[in-house]
Design a protein around this ligand. Structure first.
Ligand code: ADP
Ligand code: MG
Length: 275
């Protein structure tokens, strides 16, 4: 960056205090994909701050830039222009190795399709990130994986393979895997997109619990307006622009709603009762 004021601002932002305590601060973020001669402007200048402990739902039509934004926040990709401060650290200029490093320290990712290794037990799936992040002894790795599987209510099924688990249970394994490195930030891209409505509410109950009890900051992409009502803030994209940013005065409480649902209708899933 050129200019004294800009440099001073960048230096100040390097410290957590300079980030105003925000977990995420993005400034005029753009991402233009280049397909040969064709340029696809997926994000056209997005500025936003997210504070610790917020639960943000990300909405917008297909193609509006939601996944592009999540991939940038998750350090899976880098912006074309603009800045991204993650816990005060300017990560917008990081190379792929640096992005992988900060991803392991700060961020957990959950996807619509679960992305579990099929011939690997729930326990082993959850252990995978620990192989990459740091030198962790086998016993400690397994203990930590058991701990997060218990946290998501899947303790009794940790020796099952993904094919032996329901969709909701597989998503719990994926959430446990995302939590195993103790991230500050959980990014979920349509995590309930493949689940029936009751199972979706169970997953939202789990995410609300993690948000409230662990202080986990969550950004969750969803197509469904009722799923967004469990968040404390809703932002919306359209054509690569952030077009709405609204706090939710009284978010719905998924656990309370589940408690009033007839037990026999969701007992077959098994997972919710253990949460
Ligand atoms: N890897 C890519 N290469 C080229 N264009 C892409 C790529 N990923 C997404 N796009 C385009 O960028 C725009 C935003 O896509 P995306 O972020 O996936 O939107 P959403 O998640 O809201 O559906 C779309 O026009 C999409 O076709
Ligand atoms: Mg998407």
């Amino acid at each position: 960056m050129a200019g004294g004021a800009a440099a001073a601002q960048a230096g100040e932002a390097g410290a957590v205090a300079g980030n105003n305590g925000a977990v995420i601060r993005v400034e005029d973020l753009t991402r233009i994909y280049e397909l040969g001669d064709v340029k696809v402007p997926a994000l056209r200048g997005v500025s936003l701050q997210v504070r610790p402990g917020e639960f943000v739902a990300v909405r917008g039509p297909s193609g509006s830039g939601k996944s592009t934004f999540m991939n940038l926040l998750g350090c899976l990709d880098h912006p074309t222009t603009g800045r991204y401060f993650l816990s005060g650290e300017d990560v917008s200029t990081y190379d792929a190795d640096q992005r992988a490093g900060i991803r392991n320290r700060f961020i957990g990712f959950v996807f619509q399709g679960f992305n579990l290794l099929p011939r690997t037990t729930a326990l082993e799936n959850v252990e995978v990130p620990l192989y990459y992040s740091r030198a962790v002894a086998h016993a400690e790795r397994e203990a930590r994986a058991r701990e997060v599987l218990n946290l998501v209510g899947l303790g009794p099924r940790m020796d099952h393979f993904p094919s032996q688990l329901s969709g909701g249970q597989q998503q719990r394994v994926a959430i446990a895997r995302a939590l195993v490195n103790t991230p500050q930030l959980l990014l979920a891209d349509e995590p309930t997109g493949n689940l029936d409505s009751r199972t979706s509410i169970e997953i939202m109950a789990l995410l609300q619990k993690l948000n409230r009890e662990q202080g986990l900051t969550i950004l969750l992409v969803t197509h469904e307006s009722d799923i967004a009502e469990y968040a404390s803030r809703v932002i919306a994209f359209h054509d690569g622009h952030l077009v709405d940013d609204t706090p939710v005065a009284a978010p719905r409480d998924a656990a309370r709603e589940l408690a009033t649902m007839p037990v026999d209708e969701w007992a077959g899933n098994g997972a919710a009762k253990e949460a």
